[in-house]
Design a protein around this ligand. Structure first.
Ligand code: ASP
Ligand code: MG
Length: 421
């Protein structure tokens, strides 16, 4: 069994779906295909959710109509005879009913997030699965809410690999398909409440399926020719990295490289499954591979920008030593508000944290204040990570007024800086 993952950009249009079908048709092994929501559907559903959650039902329904129109245009292009995938119509109705008839105050934001935003992948896979069948690739549509068991940490759930293995294993044994199509990004709690596993999480879904089924390989199909040493939209003269080991890859992903989700590497490393990154625009290109046995990258500089960061400085009002006495309690609070910490620096009484932007920042600061901390923060920051940096880079960042914090190890330089306008 091989696992293929197609991201939102690859199925943005009807041509993208046709391309996916031709890639799947060219493969003779058994395939488990994981698909993200089409194009920018997840963003659109997040905005719809905000309207719904703040009681603007009419606005939310208008946004739903846009999502429906977008998918219907793709469907009309794929099936000029007017065919409508049966599941798609059902999901439209379900989502409309949720929006029109539920009281948002009944549940927390994060629970609604999972209930509503998960429709993006349900719709995309329904279209892809039916189109594959039309194109002669018989397949089984899989509802990942019935396969991936997660905890109830809504909007950022963790997949329980053991429990999920039982369910997915049963499904694979019960059916004898060559091709399966399942949603990235989504699962459900033990009681069946839908969950999502974090933005861009479909890569992880693919890796988890690969792990559970002990796949021969996992391939992520992207719009780039493989792994590059920097985002071509941000840096010029980027070069292609044909192969990389798991350790370099996990560091790269964790620092914010958009190419793969950071959680993706561990399950693959644990079962020694190679991860291919290939270009859906030109499947004849070799792409890149992440696997064991590749020499550590000590030469090629790698530049990664993590946007949407906040630099938070916390000090105990009673001047306690922050690391010795307060570290655990501060981190318990951060965990409670699901804050992602990307970099830590401390002095006697100050703790500086570079964190992902969070909608809970005000609440967090209020709680910190209740518990005796003085907090300052800067928003609009970004975290730049350079692996294999040069002394010139250290010097130039070291003297830049835009840099608020800088750290380096022997191989890695990290700076938290004011985002360029
Ligand atoms: N559709 C989700 C997102 O846009 C998950 C993914 O694409 O990986 O974040
Ligand atoms: Mg994506």
């Amino acid at each position: 069994m091989k696992v293929y993952k197609f991201g939102g950009a690859s199925v943005r249009t009807a041509d993208g779906v046709r391309n996916l079908a031709s890639i799947a048709a060219a493969e003779s092994d058994r395939l488990f295909i994981i698909v993200s929501a089409m194009g920018k559907t997840t963003n659109a559903l997040e905005r719809l959710l905000d309207d719904f959650y703040e009681g603007r039902t009419g606005e939310a329904l208008l946004k739903l109509q846009q999502v429906v129109d977008y998918h219907n245009a793709i469907i009309a292009d794929l099936w000029p005879d007017g065919y409508m995938p049966e599941r798609v119509g059902r999901f439209y109705m379900e989502l409309e009913e949720v929006i029109a008839t539920s009281n948002p105050a009944m549940r927390e934001y994060e629970v609604w997030y999972d209930r509503i935003v998960s429709f993006g992948e349900l719709l995309s896979t329904s279209i892809v699965s039916d189109y594959l069948a039309t194109a002669g690739v018989a397949n089984t549509w899989v509802d990942m809410r019935e396969c991936f068991v997660t905890n109830a940490r809504h909007k950022d759930a963790n997949v329980d690999l053991e429990r999920s293995a039982e369910r997915l294993g049963t499904l694979i044994h019960a059916t004898d398909a060559r091709v399966y199509v399942g949603q990235g990004f989504i699962g459900a709690t033990e009681d069946g409440a839908p969950t999502t596993i974090g933005r861009e999480g479909s890569d992880y879904s693919a890796a988890a399926v690969g792990y559970i089924l002990d796949a021969e390989s996992v391939t992520i199909w992207k719009d780039v020719k493989g792994i590059l040493n920097g985002d071509p939209k941000l840096f010029k003269d980027v070069s292609h990295i044909p192969e990389m080991n798991y350790l370099d890859a996990i560091e790269l992903a964790y620092s914010g490289a958009q190419i793969i989700h950071p959680k993706t590497i561990k399950p693959l490393q644990n079962r020694n499954i190679p991860l291919y990154v290939r270009c859906f625009l030109d499947p004849s290109l070799p792409g890149s591979v992440i696997r064991a046995g590749v020499k550590k990258n000590r030469e090629i500089p790698i530049l990664i920008v993590k946007p949407a960061q906040v630099l938070l400085t916390i000090r105990a009002n009673d001047l306690s030593f922050i690391l010795e006495e307060r570290f655990a309690s501060i981190f318990a609070l951060l965990n409670e508000y699901m804050v992602k910490v990307n970099l830590i620096q401390s002095s006697a009484v100050n703790l500086d944290l570079c964190i992902d932007r969070t909608r809970h920042l005000d609440e967090l600061v209020a709680r910190l204040s209740e518990e005796g901390y003085f907090t300052k923060y800067n928003t609009d920051m970004e975290l730049l990570t350079i692996r294999n940096y040069t002394p010139q880079q250290t010097a130039s960042f070291g003297s830049s007024p835009e840099v608020y914090l800088m750290q380096r190890t022997r191989r890695t330089l990290q700076v938290v800086r004011k985002k360029e306008e």
